[in-house]
Write a protein that binds this ligand. Structure first.
Ligand SMILES: Cc1cc2nc3c(=O)[nH]c(=O)nc-3n(C[C@H](O)[C@H](O)[C@H](O)COP(=O)(O)OP(=O)(O)OC[C@H]3O[C@@H](n4cnc5c(N)ncnc54)[C@H](O)[C@@H]3O)c2cc1C
Length: 268
């Protein structure tokens, strides 16, 4: 697969937007409301849409649905990559949205883990109505986060999806040791694949909630003090994925605390 490596975070957003614009010509341009940073951005070859049938689907939290799909022949990806997805129904085929594969690159089925925005008539809300036998369209595999070596992963909410595939892959290859996941969610009910992450990462799995509001439990944003306590060594890889503000704040704090550009932004 031809891969193009691009640079820093501000470039990532811009390049992703232009990639999306060029790939979905005459389609609705996708909004970027999740940002991904610091290990480079890879765009695979432009791919004609292929059909993937839903084999099963289930809610894994109150607003996150997991889809297991048939794997179109020839579709290849590496952990951390995703593709553009549309619902194969009249009126929906040109509404492409970026989603990340959470399955292993060698698995017979594909898996998507999708946060459903039920408050308006968007694509994820439409996906919430889909079941076994319904179909999705997939095109244009793109890379966002690529594993560079042991480090600390910071995820918020559905930002866990590229890391799920990476952790599953590392675990399968007995290489997960030395990695830590710091996972922030509003409440414990929002944690995606909690049991699996605990099994995969063991003591390297740390959770924080911003709005748990349970007596005896202290809500905690990932701030500078917490970073100092959590990260003793800033000379390591940092992987960030989540809402733009989350990624932006963490990047700034990590830099302030001595993380080098090389550890935050992929460079060959
Ligand atoms: C590279 C990349 C990979 C991604 N991978 C994943 C993934 O694996 N899993 C995942 O869950 N997400 C992922 N996302 C995010 C996902 O693409 C979006 O959540 C999805 O595109 C939302 O599509 P939508 O049509 O349902 O909502 P959109 O219409 O695109 O709007 C979604 C956002 O706008 C708000 N909004 C817009 N209009 C309204 C309205 N009228 N009323 C209320 N709120 C509104 C919503 O609250 C929400 O914040 C990824 C994003 C990127 C950039």
């Amino acid at each position: 697969m031809t891969l193009y490596k691009l640079g820093r975070r501000h470039m990532v957003g811009r390049c992703f937007a232009s990639m999306v614009k060029c790939c979905v010509a005459r389609s609705e341009v996708v909004p970027l409301h999740r940002s991904i940073t610091h290990v480079g951005f890879y765009i695979g070859p432009v791919m004609e849409p292929v059909i993937a049938e839903i084999k099963s689907s289930e809610y894994v939290t109150h607003d996150v649905k997991r889809f297991v799909l048939t794997r179109p022949k020839g579709l290849k990806f590496v952990p951390g990559q995703g593709c553009m997805v549309a619902v194969d129904e009249d009126g929906w085929r040109n509404r492409w949205r970026p989603l990340t594969f959470t399955s292993l690159p060698t698995a017979r089925s594909l898996e998507l883990v999708v946060k459903i925005y039920a408050s308006h008539q968007g694509v994820t809300n439409r996906m919430s109505t889909l079941r076994k036998g319904d179909r999705l369209l997939l095109k244009d595999v793109f890379g966002t986060i690529k594993y560079q070596g042991p480090g600390t992963f910071f995820a918020a909410g559905a930002g866990i999806t590229p890391f799920l595939s990476i952790f599953r892959y590392l675990h399968k290859n007995k290489a997960i040791k030395g990695n830590t996941l710091v996972y922030s969610n509003k409440t414990s009910h929002d944690v995606i694949m909690d049991d699996e992450l605990a099994k995969l990462l063991g003591k390297g799995y740390l959770k924080f909630y911003t709005r748990e509001s349970v007596i005896g439990f202290r809500d905690r944003r990932i701030d500078r003090d917490l970073l100092v306590a959590l990260v003793q060594n800033f000379d390591q890889h940092f992987y960030l994925c989540g809402p733009e503000a989350f990624v932006h704040d963490l990047e700034r704090m990590l830099r302030d605390l001595g993380a080098s550009s090389a550890s935050l932004v992929f460079e060959s």
